[in-house]
Write a protein that binds this ligand. Structure first.
Ligand code: HXC
Length: 274
């Protein structure tokens, strides 16, 4: 689908979107959607090679792009990234907190450092990026989008770290929406289901589990990264001007069936090496 036909280029051409973890997967899909509607796109990640490849893909779509090597766990690195992006592309108008880490591990086998690592990336990383971008977002009356997960509101086996982190991310979004509305900043979250070809699906399912999972998805297919990007662009657009503090679920209806099939698959497969 060509998203550009639904949004006038003049709405996004002056906008500068910063997507943490934008070098791959869902976040790169989001970045491509913003590129397609004419926005300038900044991405950060830890892997320089992946960042370079993503930058080239975004430039091939015609987007003015800036890539920064930075870890969302490091607040100073996030502040430096935001300052650098402002110089390269202009003030940030839209922030997507997408950087996340995950693996399958039973709670009774998980080290405290493993739990903390995922909370640091997902929850602290989302706060760090939001706080670092705040002054620019205030000036642009911008938007923040948190990339959440179904684990935030339903327990999934071997996902205690991700569940705790993403539940925190959901509450972070709501609290920021409450406090930052007066600055003209809107804050929302998107809850992707399993998305085709992503690191998340690779880490959380094997082929047999994927087939089981498909049975529990009312729309009977995995999602596409661009389908999350379409939600992101919509929430950034004027069409969503009165939406803040909202959680948009884009999972083919997977949440309606609960997590039982996933849990059965995980428990049958045992601990994955992730
Ligand atoms: C158990 C594990 C583990 C595994 C790492 N650890 N992998 N424990 N099972 N499979 C433990 C390590 O032993 C260590 O604990 C601690 O976690 C930190 O590991 P490091 O490798 O030192 O951390 P780091 O290099 O910072 O890597 C972070 C990471 C890694 C999360 C562990 O997998 C990563 O970089 N992931 C980024 C990409 C990613 O995960 N993408 C998928 C996102 S999917 P000890 O005690 O030994 O020191 C996604 C979809 C949404 O988010 C799903 C819902 C949230």
């Amino acid at each position: 689908m060509n998203i550009s036909q639904y949004f006038p280029k003049e709405e996004f051409v002056q906008r500068c979107v910063f997507i943490t973890g934008g070098n791959s997967g869902i976040n790169l899909g989001i970045a491509k959607c913003y590129a397609a509607v004419g926005a300038k796109v900044a991405i950060c990640g830890r892997d320089e090679d992946k960042l370079d490849r993503a930058k080239s893909e975004l430039e091939a779509l015609g987007a003015k792009t800036h890539a920064v090597v930075a870890d969302v766990r490091d607040f100073d690195a996030m502040q430096d990234a935001c300052d650098e992006i402002q110089i390269a592309l202009g003030k940030i108008s839209d922030l997507v907190c997408g950087a996340a880490g995950n693996f399958l591990c039973p709670a009774n086998e998980m080290s405290a450092n493993a739990f903390r690592t995922v909370v640091d990336i997902d929850l602290m990383g989302s706060f760090n990026a939001s706080r670092a971008a705040f002054e620019q977002l205030k000036e642009t009356k911008g938007n923040v989008l948190m990339v959440s997960a179904g684990q935030a509101y339903m327990p999934y086996s071997h996902q205690v770290h991700a569940g705790a982190a993403k539940a925190g991310v959901e509450m972070l979004a709501k609290n920021l929406a409450l406090e930052w509305g007066k600055f003209g900043i809107r804050v929302n979250s998107v809850v992707p289901g399993p998305i085709e070809g992503t690191e998340g699906v690779k880490r959380l399912t094997n082929e047999k589990q994927k087939q089981m999972l498909l049975q529990s998805i009312p729309l009977k297919r995995l999602g596409q990264a661009e389908e999350i990007g379409q939600v992101a662009v919509f929430l950034s657009s004027k069409m969503a001007a009165y939406i803040t503090g909202a959680q948009v679920i884009c999972d083919g209806g997977m949440n309606l069936a609960g997590s039982a099939l996933f849990n059965m698959g995980v428990n049958q497969a045992g601990k994955s090496s992730g």
